[in-house]
Design a protein around this ligand. Sequence first.
Ligand SMILES: [Zn+2]
Length: 61
Amino acid sequence: MAKKKIKNKIPSKVWEKYKVEGNKLTKAKNCPKCGPGYFLADMKDRFYCGHCHYLETKKKE
Ligand SMILES: [Zn+2]
């Protein structure tokens, strides 16, 4: 009675782009939705959370 389930889950580790300087996380913003521990990926003009797909646009000076 074993049911075989095909899981097509591809883990996306593309967004694990944390900026690490020495042993310190720099410029890594926490996701306001997921809370501490979930960092936003620092992109060109926005921050992105790969966990909940939260987007935060960077402010232009
Ligand atoms: Zn998030």
